[in-house]
Design a protein around this ligand. Structure first.
Ligand code: NAP
Ligand code: GLV
Length: 313
């Protein structure tokens, strides 16, 4: 079996060594422009269109991330980008859920205990005690209850805060107040003290973090965006922070990455910026997952994590 691998900014040698260990029967090569030799599988992150061209034999494309928005956006703009017969498979957790729970838990503790404000007071040399937010009033809404959002919602229960979740289809998560479908969106938002976004970026979810959404949250609420920059209307966030409707935001993803130096988020005193690291793709876990799926496909078995291209995630 032949596998082509493409990820631009990584230690490709280390990936090949992991594949050699997990899938010794496979011939795995790093794809270079001009390589049109046959391949059964592609393992890629943000691959150029050329990689997929003239590969009718490709059985599956494994996306080295949970989000498939970049590859589906390319397909929408230039239909036929994805090989017609290949299924698109995304990473499912593979060590990302735990990282997301850590990031979200940190955000809840940081803002519920007002540690961001104490950091600002320290910079001014001021010894001042602030009233903590009451835990029972610190309702956290998790947007998206999939592989990552579901784990985040469950994980936050350990902090004792009320947790709500929003998804497209109904689901049951013990201890979490679940709202499903667009008609329940406002009820999900109403009065929440923190909104954590873990939706996939699709045409339906683009711009969902906007002035209307912020307006339904509690006054002085917090925003955490760990999904995609395209979910957020940047100017609406700045306006909501300026008006006090939002108290602060923790952002890991941006319309343009790296975040341009001139962007106001860098200097805003109530915006925390991290460089798309809330949940990184872990090499070992990812290779183990992909190798297991390739073996299952070879045995003719069904696998999970196949992207519904029409649905967009
Ligand atoms: P997932 O398992 O596909 O879950 C997506 C969730 O969103 C599902 O609960 C789905 O509802 C819900 N959803 C989708 N469209 C919706 C809509 N229009 N209205 C309401 N709910 C909707 O995805 P995941 O693995 O949890 O990953 C989520 C996203 O996290 C990725 O797409 C990626 O953008 C982002 N991410 C970011 C990082 C980072 O480092 N910043 C790392 C990994 C992933 P149903 O359950 O009803 O289908
Ligand atoms: C990272 O952003 C991912 O989608 O896995």
């Amino acid at each position: 079996m032949k596998i082509i691998f493409y990820e631009k900014n990584t230690d490709t040698g280390a990936w090949l060594r992991n594949f050699a260990r997990e899938l010794p029967e496979a011939d795995v090569r790093v794809w270079e422009p001009g390589d049109t030799a046959p391949a059964d599988y592609a393992v890629v992150w943000r691959a150029p269109r050329e990689l997929f061209a003239h590969r009718p034999d490709l059985k599956a494309v494994f996306n080295l991330g949970a989000g498939v928005d970049a590859i589906l956006d390319a397909e929408r703009k230039e239909p036929g980008t994805l090989p017609r017969n290949a299924m698109l498979v995304r990473l499912e957790d593979s060590g990302m859920a735990r990282q997301m729970v850590e990031y979200a838990s940190y955000a809840v503790l940081r803002y519920m205990r007002r540690l961001d404000e104490y950091e600002a007071l320290q910079r001014e040399g001021r010894w001042e005690k602030l009233t903590q937010h009451a835990r029972r009033d610190f309702t956290v809404g998790v947007l998206g209850l999939g592989v990552l959002g579901g784990e985040v919602a469950r994980g936050l229960l350990a902090l004792g805060v009320p947790v709500r979740g929003f998804s497209r289809t109904p689901k049951t998560i013990e201890g979490v107040d679940v709202y499903a479908g667009p008609e329940r969106f406002d009820a999900f938002l109403d009065g929440a003290k923190m909104l954590i976004n873990l939706l996939p970026h699709t045409p339906d979810t683009e711009g969902v973090l906007n002035a209307r959404t912020f307006g339904r949250l509690a006054h002085g609420a917090y925003l955490v965006n760990v999904a995609r920059g395209a979910h957020l209307v940047d100017d609406d966030l700045i306006a909501a922070l300026d008006s006090g409707q939002l108290a602060a935001a923790m952002l890991d993803v941006f319309h343009t990455e790296p975040l341009p130096q001139a962007h106001p988020f860098w200097q805003h005193p109530r915006v925390s910026v991290t460089p798309h690291v809330s949940a990184e793709t872990l090499r070992e876990e990812s290779v183990v997952q992909i190798a297991a799926k390739i073996r299952a496909l070879a045995r003719g078995e069904a696998i999970s994590g196949i992207v519904d291209i029409a649905r967009g995630y």
